[in-house]
Design a protein around this ligand. Sequence first.
Ligand SMILES: O=c1ccn([C@H]2C[C@H](O)[C@@H](COP(=O)(O)OP(=O)(O)OP(=O)(O)O)O2)c(=O)[nH]1
Length: 151
Amino acid sequence: MKQLQVKILDSRIGQEIPLPEYATDGSAGLDLRACLEQDVELAPGETLLVPTGLAIYIGDPGYAAMLLPRSGLGHKHGIVLGNLVGLIDSDYQGQLMVSCWNRGDTAFELKVGERIAQMVIVPVLQTELEIVKEFETTDRGQGGFGSTGRH
Ligand SMILES: O=c1ccn([C@H]2C[C@H](O)[C@@H](COP(=O)(O)OP(=O)(O)OP(=O)(O)O)O2)c(=O)[nH]1
């Protein structure tokens, strides 16, 4: 399995705040936790940049990490990401930060150590642009939204 370098920036990580881990063998995401000094209340509509206490260094430009909301937190409590999706570049070495947005209509108590987002490592293809006059023909061509299956 591929290894990912991780730096612990807050001494509570690995102690009272667990290191991120895959919940099951088949989990795609590592849960990231709120490394806050104290519990905070997120008012409806409020966004807070929450430290995770961790830095990762991917190193290989063929990969990136994506921060995604946790489904339960988003659906039941309205806590999603202020940037919708966080993209972590392979050369980023700073602290992983999670923009927590309360899109719901009730206040949410965000607790120290709570799992706030999940991080998925994804392959990335960096490309060079090749300028052409025409593309080779495809079945779809320029047919956009809803253009298939209509008679
Ligand atoms: O939710 C996020 C999103 C980004 N980052 C870090 C990692 C990423 O590599 C860096 C820059 O993010 P991005 O490229 O999305 O930000 P930008 O607004 O386009 O700024 P920049 O000019 O720094 O690229 O910030 C986080 O910690 N959390």
